[in-house]
Design a protein around this ligand. Structure first.
Ligand SMILES: NC(=O)c1ccc[n+]([C@@H]2O[C@H](COP(=O)([O-])OP(=O)(O)OC[C@H]3O[C@@H](n4cnc5c(N)ncnc54)[C@H](OP(=O)(O)O)[C@@H]3O)[C@@H](O)[C@H]2O)c1
Length: 286
């Protein structure tokens, strides 16, 4: 049992994040569900408590597309919890249509990549209070089709939802690998996860009806969100994972990521760009 251990799960109100939060509650974690909507967070919390009344759940509310809100929620979390054992950067979105956040950043790059990059940085002081702190970034095998468009990271000249999604999921792997290289505290471990094709509503939320229909067909062969959560739950809780870090995982096993994900030059370049876009001067506390 993981009694007393605190795990923060972003995007915990639905799909893979919800199942991850539920499973971690059952394992005895104290779970903080970070959600965009207080109403959805409350509903998800009540559903878990209905099936598992002993669950220890708190909520944190933020729209992760806004760097101001990421900074605000991180401050709230740090003031409430002196120590966090596990951070699961799960929140993610898919947009058919091009759009920019209030910070002027393409939405998938902002939500899927920059928000975990910034949130992880901001929570490092409380993660480092844990004996075996773990960071888990939910990526996807879609990253195999992606590249980082350094000349136009917002894809403002040539946007397509799939191109933006693949770019953001490749960024998750590059972030994981580069974090591992640069980290100044060896007890921190970081992982990138491919959950598989999972029957969730991700492809229905901000999509044209045609893309929504395509997703409905595609997800027919997908696994359940519960199965999709299995690798994250394993990495958050398994004793044998202690000491392993900087890897890409699928079905609770390490596997190779794309050749672009293995490019140290690309990873370093993305790191510098992300620092700049988030206004971070020094990533690791000194
Ligand atoms: N489903 C798959 O086949 C699949 C495959 C590979 C990887 N993934 C990855 O798995 C993760 C979870 O996705 P899912 O399939 O479980 O989809 P989902 O059910 O739509 O869950 C996504 C979660 O992220 C939250 N979110 C989206 N935008 C947000 C924002 N701006 N601020 C805060 N929270 C936000 C959503 O909140 P709302 O409910 O309020 O929108 C939701 O809780 C994502 O990172 C996704 O890229 C999924």
């Amino acid at each position: 049992m993981m009694k007393g251990k605190i795990c923060l799960v972003t995007g915990a109100n639905s799909g893979i994040g919800y199942e991850t939060a539920k499973e971690l509650c059952i394992k005895g974690f104290h779970v903080i569900m970070l959600c965009r909507s207080a109403e959805k967070a409350e509903k998800a919390k009540n559903e878990i408590i209905k099936t598992y009344p002993e669950a220890k759940i708190d909520q944190a509310i933020a729209d992760l597309s806004s760097q101001k809100q990421v900074r605000k929620v991180a401050k709230e979390i740090i003031s409430k919890y002196p120590k966090i054992n596990v951070l699961i950067n799960n929140a993610g979105a898919w947009f058919s249509e091009f759009g920019l956040t209030e910070d002027g950043i393409e939405r998938q790059f902002a939500i899927n990549h920059l928000s975990p990059f910034l949130l992880t940085h901001l929570l490092l002081p409380v993660l480092q209070q844990a004996e075996d702190p773990r960071i888990i970034n939910i990526s996807s095998d879609s990253h195999f089709h992606g590249k980082i468009h350094f000349d136009d990271v917002n894809l403002s000249k040539k946007y397509h939802g799939l191109r933006a999604y693949a770019q953001s999921k490749l960024a998750n792997v590059l972030f994981t690998y580069e974090f591992e290289k640069r980290k100044t505290d060896n007890k921190l471990s970081i992982h990138a996860v491919q959950p598989g094709l999972v029957k969730t509503d991700i492809g229905l939320k901000h999509t044209f009806s045609f893309h929504g229909l395509m997703w409905k067909i595609r997800r027919l062969v997908g696994k359940s969100p519960e199965k999709g959560a299995a690798t994250s739950v394993y990495l958050a809780s398994a004793e044998e994972v202690k000491g392993i870090s900087g890897k890409y995982w699928d079905n609770c096993k390490i596997k190779s990521a794309s050749s672009l994900a293995d490019s140290p030059v690309g990873a370093a370049r993305l790191w510098d760009l992300s620092m700049d876009m988030c206004g971070i001067k020094t990533y690791f506390p000194q």
